[in-house]
Write a protein that binds this ligand. Structure first.
Ligand code: GTP
Ligand code: MG
Length: 443
């Protein structure tokens, strides 16, 4: 347990009805006494207290909560003060705490770090806590909560346990002669390695579902110049995010808007109209548009309804199962449903009249949900997990081809170590700083 006692606001900055200030460490009880003039209240019971400055002047009246070790978030003695959320109140309480012996302000993420060090949560749960605080959409929240409650950590721990057990069995074959052991252990273990490799493989090949849900799903609007791509972006975003004009080639750079679509975080990108551009800037815009379309999770291919039934070939070539085709400017009455382009069904829409827009948004929602809905085992959510899993997969592959129990055991040990790094069972120091640096408020 750390000798230092730390304190910080647990709630965000700015004015609010209530602010919560947390104190954690061996001096928490003494600090509470200094500020309230009384012994810590009954554990986990909100108690009305007067909070006093160093000179005895009352700062505020609020609630004190006392969580004795080890039954607290950090596993240490923790005091929580719920005070009125004004700048002067919070500032006054923090100042009073700073005057207490042995207390110092917490570094970002330090409460969570202590909780990890006291084995209150593993690294995946610590990451999930940050994700939950940053969650902006329903599905992000669901994913973060599942991870916080240990679902992902449990998967990695169980894989690691299986490897450790296999290593123990293999070592038995090394230490004892064959007659003392049942069956062919090495053979059984090779079977187990193959099964585990397949499970890890399936987990890795999840189409980056978890990572995308955490960081944003990429949707790109593509189409010929003047088709109304920027107008449609503005309709989806419900604001004038991109410039619209009658001049073909208006949009040059990629214009991005982050939106909540059906509970999913979606980054919608409007791009330059596809054409054989000659001018340098537009050429670069078209190159970027193509690159975005290639990397996107979903595309909305916009066709210009004012020239229907003529269809832009460059855009048609981008139609695939990840594309939603729309023919814009249906208000001009040229393209009437049902429309089809190159065998793909298309929606007739109008950014101007609003016709078909609900259907287009529903199609986007459906497309996103079909690809990113969470079902079955929890998805991996961080590149860090992916890197470690790939390393484990390589170790297992080496183990499957290694000759002799000793070499197999060594590779399995390396595989277990890689998995242990994800949850923080081993090699934690190199990871901790990176993870907790991202916490922006004292949690
Ligand atoms: N009649 C009609 N005109 C539209 C509609 N949507 C857009 N327009 C017009 O079409 C023109 C081009 O619109 P933009 O949204 O700038 O088209 P864009 O595809 O982004 O064009 P670039 O950025 O040049 O590639 C503008 O004059 C819009 O007012 C629509 O649904 N109906
Ligand atoms: Mg545009």
């Amino acid at each position: 347990m750390s000798g230092e006692t730390i304190f910080a606001p647990a709630s965000g900055g700015g004015r609010a009805g209530i602010a919560v200030i947390r104190v954690s460490g061996p001096q928490a009880s003494a600090a509470l006494f200094r500020l309230t003039g009384r012994e810590p209240p009954t554990a986990r019971r909100a108690t009305l207290v007067r909070l006093l400055a160093r000179d005895g002047e009352q700062i505020d009246e609020g609630l004190a909560l006392w969580f004795p070790a080890p039954g607290s978030f950090t596993g240490e003695d923790v005091a929580e003060l719920h005070v009125h959320g004004g700048r002067a109140v919070v500032g006054g309480v923090l100042e009073a705490l700073a005057c207490c012996d042995g207390l110092r302000p917490a570094e970002p993420g330090e409460f969570t770090r202590r909780a990890f060090e006291q084995a209150k949560l593993d690294l995946t749960a610590a990451e999930a806590l940050a994700d939950l605080v940053n969650a902006e959409t329903l599905e992000q929240r669901r994913q973060a909560l599942r991870q916080l409650q240990g679902e992902l950590g449990a998967v990695y721990d169980s894989w690691r346990d299986r490897l450790i057990r296999a290593v123990a069995h293999l070592e038995a074959t090394i230490d004892f002669s064959d007659e003392d052991l049942p069956g062919n252990i090495e053979e059984t273990i090779r079977g187990q390695i193959a099964t585990l490799s397949e499970e890890i493989e399936r987990h890795l090949e999840d189409g980056h579902r978890g990572e995308r849900l955490r960081d944003g799903i990429h949707l790109v609007i593509v189409g010929p110049p003047n088709a109304g791509k920027s107008s449609l972006l503005n309709v989806i975003a419900r604001r004038e995010a991109a410039i619209v004009s009658a001049q073909p080639g208006t949009t040059r750079d990629v214009v991005e808007v982050a939106l909540d679509i059906g509970g999913y975080p979606v980054v919608v990108a409007d791009t330059a109209g596809l054409r054989d551009a000659t001018e340098e800037v537009e050429k670069e815009g078209v190159r970027r548009a193509r690159m975005r379309a290639r990397d996107a999770d979903l595309t909305v291919a916009v066709f210009d309804g004012s020239v229907w039934p003529a269809v832009d070939g460059l855009t048609e070539a981008l139609l695939d199962s990840n594309a939603i085709a729309v023919v814009n400017k249906s208000d001009l009455g040229r393209a009437c449903p049902p429309v089809e382009i190159g065998g793909f069904p298309a929606l007739a829409v109008s950014a101007r009249s609003g016709e078909g827009i609900d259907a287009m948004i529903a199609a986007i929602e459906e497309g996103v949900a079909a690809r990113f809905h969470l079902h079955g085992s929890p998805p991996l959510t961080q590149v860090r997990h992916r890197t470690a899993l790939e390393e484990c997969r390589r170790s297992l592959h080496r183990a499957s081809t290694a000759a002799g129990a000793e070499l197999v055991a060594e590779d399995l040990r390396l595989g277990a170590r890689a998995l242990g790094r994800i949850t923080g069972r081993v090699d934690v120091e190199e990871i901790l700083d990176v993870i907790f640096r991202d916490f922006c408020i004292g949690k």
